[in-house]
Design a protein around this ligand. Sequence first.
Ligand code: DGY
Length: 322
Amino acid sequence: MRDKPVILVTRKLPGLVEDRLKRDYQPLLNLDDRLYRPDELISMAARADAILACHTEQFTAEIIAGLPGNVRAIANFSVGYDHVDIEAAKAKGLIVTNTPDVLSDATAEIAILLMLGAARRASEGERMVRASAWKSWSPTFMVGRQVTGKRFGIIGMGRVGQVAAKRARGFDMQVHYYNRKRLSADLECGAIYHETVNDLLPNCDVLSVHCPATPETTGLLNDERIALLPGGAIVVNTGRGAVVDDEALIKALKSGQVYAAGLDVFNGEPENIHSGYLKLDNVFLLPHLGSATQETREGMGFRALDNLDAIFAGKNAKDRIA
Ligand code: DGY
């Protein structure tokens, strides 16, 4: 009988996912959840048939070139794949997969949390209570913004964007969106399509970023575009930090052009995020928690394993991107 394929698993995964890995493969687990250096990844891949990776590992062209020829696939435990140089993977003949669908609900929940947290000054209030600095209540105390009935603008109306739109409708918000391709009417559900980001922006009382980081979207939310938002808009980002020009957003948060921001993803995360955010009261910050629920993390793991199962059965992986 053929030995089970060896899978290099770069991070600690949910128990049920590791159980399935142990049942069907020979996994090289990362029980301490230590972040592997690129040279360690390459040397640990020496006997791996595939790598089950997260967005915390960068598969640059150089690292991909260094991977031994026995590695057939990188099955990502993520929907985003900006951490993988897809062209380099294709050139090396590596199969690359991601995990769409399973994290749309969880990520949309975080987008709504960020919207509300930013609009209603949640982190400022929470800090005040924790510091025992809450001294009185008055009609003018910590007044924020109401989102009910306002316009909710989306950049990137993919799976997550569509769920976020649905949740925003629960607040009677009018949904506007920009997407590379207009959705069909049944998926649009009455959302108003704008052909360019610049057309969308003046219609956003809340702007929610749901697009991936690509060369086209990097730095998309810059000074010029922020100036197109209605004064006092709220900005939410659960996509990727790279879409936002931090200097521009911080300037707008200071001037009031942007009333508040709710951010779950950052340039330089986790340890080198722009320090300007940390000094501002009008930002609600989370540490990349978009998909962080038990159900979703298990769903992501199972989806990555479904892809590996297909690859090793000689079939087409459902979520193949290279
Ligand atoms: C994703 O799946 O892309 C999330 O950001 C977690 O990696």
